[in-house]
Design a protein around this ligand. Sequence first.
Ligand code: IMP
Ligand code: MG
Length: 198
Amino acid sequence: MHRPISRIIIDRDRIARRVEELGAEIARDLGPNIPAPGSPTPARGQVVLVPILTGSIVFVADLIRRLPLMLSLRVVTVSSYPGQTTQSKGAKIAGELPPDLGGNHVLLVDDILDSGQTLSLIRDTILAQNPASLRICVLLRKPESIRKVHVDAQYVGFDIPEAFVVGYGLDYDGFYRNLPDIAELGTPTSEVPPESAA
Ligand code: IMP
Ligand code: MG
């Protein structure tokens, strides 16, 4: 069953402007934590971004290029919307969470805050490692009323209504991640025109 997109809700230019603003905000907050240029790199007290894959892949690629900071990336893969579903099946970590986050300034990055299960799972696992600080950045946030678990995101690109959205890294059944804009998913059609599948 194919589900076409119905309409663009945030276009690429708006996304780019907001990512630039977020980068400036994050750099202002995290910059003072970074050792001065020329000083030896400490084992702890570094800025570490933890992008949650696969959805945050496009967002984090743009965001890090707007962050003029010494930082490193440690990815974690979580799956919660397997196959043709628009309902969360609960978050599961695939593989291992980076084990050495303790003492560092961690910025958790995800594409969207929906039920909150994914971010709360990763947040709590990272907190158990005693980071120096932990902040959360999401590109999109759905309304608080649909949250199953409370999650505070310090950096939010856009608040959006309750709808299933795709593009700019977000997928439906693995497709549409390469769409440069963010769009709402339309109603199903029975045929899949192969050349139109993103
Ligand atoms: P949560 O655990 O329900 O907060 O869901 C978070 C994860 O589900 C995100 O990282 C996305 O990968 C996925 N997700 C939630 N809502 C959407 C959506 O509207 N479109 C695509 N993926 C979504
Ligand atoms: Mg995701």
